[in-house]
Design a protein around this ligand. Structure first.
Ligand SMILES: CC(C)(COP(=O)(O)OP(=O)(O)OC[C@H]1O[C@@H](n2cnc3c(N)ncnc32)[C@H](O)[C@@H]1OP(=O)(O)O)[C@@H](O)C(=O)NCCC(=O)NCCS
Length: 174
């Protein structure tokens, strides 16, 4: 094995969950709404989630990353024009090449001073080298019981959601 292959396959130093955390906020404007002009277009929010998850993955991997899979997007509460939206992303699980990122979206009605959890999802990203081949990512350092539980759930999804196309579509999420 040559020196470059050694470097690609060697395990990088671990990074904590906190190291990966990303928070992004924006106000929903009319341009972000669907045809009805009142509620946000779902694709706009999913794009924001993908961006936040990608940034969390990049923070962890320090290599270019691509979205590999999105699991369990759930819309819990409608987001209206004028709402102040905050997206929170953090790593829950890291394997050799792939990373699972939990993304939560909160929406605030500023006038009413009320906030709701609006969306949740898990994004899986893979780091790629300059030849677009999977690149090793640092192990995820766990520092609390909650992080341990999330890691174990992520590990279980990593296993059960990948058996085959059929099983993957039935993947159960928390
Ligand atoms: C990422 C890509 C190179 C992986 O190719 P591949 O041949 O499946 O690679 P491997 O089988 O070696 O798997 C690489 C990693 O991806 C994981 N993986 C592959 N398919 C997966 C799936 N459907 N779900 C979850 N993880 C998956 C593997 O488990 C492995 O990670 P691990 O070793 O940490 O477990 C390829 O799928 C790809 O290029 N996809 C397109 C990505 C993209 O363009 N995204 C949108 C633009 S950002």
């Amino acid at each position: 094995m040559n020196e470059q292959a050694d470097l690609k396959n060697s395990e990088p130093e671990g990074r904590t969950v906190d190291h990966s955390k990303v928070v992004m906020s924006q106000v929903i404007m009319p341009v972000h709404t669907g045809p009805g002009g009142v509620y946000v277009h779902g694709g706009e929010i999913i794009k924001l989630m993908d961006t936040a998850a990608g940034l969390a993955a990049l923070r962890h991997a320090h290599h270019p990353v691509v979205t590999l899979r999105v699991e369990g997007i759930n819309f819990h509460h409608p987001i209206r024009v004028g709402n102040y939206v905050t997206v929170r992303a953090k790593l829950t699980y890291a394997s050799r090449f792939s990373m699972e990122i939990q993304v939560e979206v909160f929406t605030e009605d500023v006038r009413k001073e009320k906030e709701w959890k609006a969306l949740t999802a898990y994004f899986v990203f893979v780091a790629l080298d300059s030849n677009a081949q999977p690149q090793r990512v640092p192990p995820l350092i766990i520092t609390s019981d909650e992080e341990r539980r999330s890691f174990e759930s992520g590990e279980s999804r990593h296993t059960t959601c990948r058996i085959d196309e059929h099983t993957r579509t039935l993947c159960a999420l928390d």
